[in-house]
Ligand binder design. Structure first.
Ligand SMILES: Nc1ncnc2c1ncn2[C@@H]1O[C@H](COP(=O)(O)OP(=O)(O)OP(=O)(O)O)[C@@H](O)[C@H]1O
Ligand SMILES: [Mg+2]
Length: 244
């Protein structure tokens, strides 16, 4: 279970998270949607300690993260590093490493796994994301969708309980979006919890069990996608979806 308890954050004078509370079930896919600047990426980054927050608490993958960033949460972050995976919007693959090299990086350097066993598992993970034939390629030799698959395999290499993704469809051709839905649905079926920031409502509808609408740092509406995205009650959600 992921639990957000009154999470607040400011950047200078600006309140970016204005007291976010929510509970996400284990094995659920949650989408964070809403207008630009609403705080989606910031909230996602807070979930795995890439960003510190000022008030409240975040319970995730069995750990509680407190305000105060690295200094206040060293022990929790050490444990969360393997349990919570993050796939960046621009994928952030290591450009000087092959697909296999990217996937074995954390198991070898963070977990101290042998190169041979990490490589064996990397091959399995690349096969799982449909990239078995591309293990020897460097990121610049791969399309956006292929790089994303490598980034997902890289995140899975640490056997996370939760996978966080920022705009996973933004670098993809529209016809590739269904592939991501299928890949993520498969991972969810294996018990992985997903939290996904997205601008694409049909993607949110296809993948999620729960949708949160963030507006100016607050969750203004949340629930099942068929309610929130098809029959929203809050006027800010209705405006965001172009319904009025
Ligand atoms: N490092 C930073 N320093 C100062 N302000 C920031 C920083 N990062 C984000 N912000 C501000 O915080 C607010 C929320 O940003 P965030 O990136 O979380 O929005 P978002 O909902 O992901 O938007 P988008 O849909 O455009 O990606 C914005 O007003 C942004 O300008
Ligand atoms: Mg964002």
């Amino acid at each position: 279970m992921i639990e957000l308890v009154s999470v607040t954050k400011t950047f200078g004078e600006k309140t970016v998270l204005a007291g976010i509370s929510a509970t996400f079930d284990d094995g659920a896919a949650v989408s964070l949607v809403g207008p630009s600047g609403g705080g989606k990426t910031t909230l996602l980054r807070c979930l795995n300690g890439l960003e510190s927050f000022d008030g409240g608490a975040i319970k995730i993958a069995g750990e509680t993260v407190q305000p105060g960033g690295e200094r206040a949460n060293r022990a929790a972050f050490a444990k969360l590093r393997g349990r919570v995976g993050f796939v960046f919007q621009q994928f952030n693959l290591f450009s000087h490493r092959t697909a296999i090299g990217n996937v074995i990086e954390a198991p070898v350097h963070v977990r101290g796994e042998s190169v041979s066993s990490a490589t064996e598992r990397a091959r399995q993970l690349l096969a799982k994301v449909g990239m078995e034939e591309h293990g020897h390629k460097y990121p610049h030799e791969l399309s956006g969708g292929q790089q994303q698959r490598v980034a997902i395999a890289r995140a899975l290499a640490m056997k996370p309980e939760v996978l966080l993704m920022d705009e996973p469809t933004s670098a993809l051709d529209p016809e590739r979006v269904q592939d991501v839905v299928e890949l993520l649905s498969g991972l969810k079926g294996e018990g992985l919890s997903l939290v996904i920031v997205t601008h694409e409502m049909h993607f949110a509808r296809a993948i999620s069990d729960h949708v949160c609408v963030l507006h100016s740092g607050s969750i203004v509406e949340q629930g099942a996608p068929r309610e929130v995205l098809s029959a929203p009650k809050d006027p800010r959600t209705r405006a965001f979806l172009g319904l009025e």
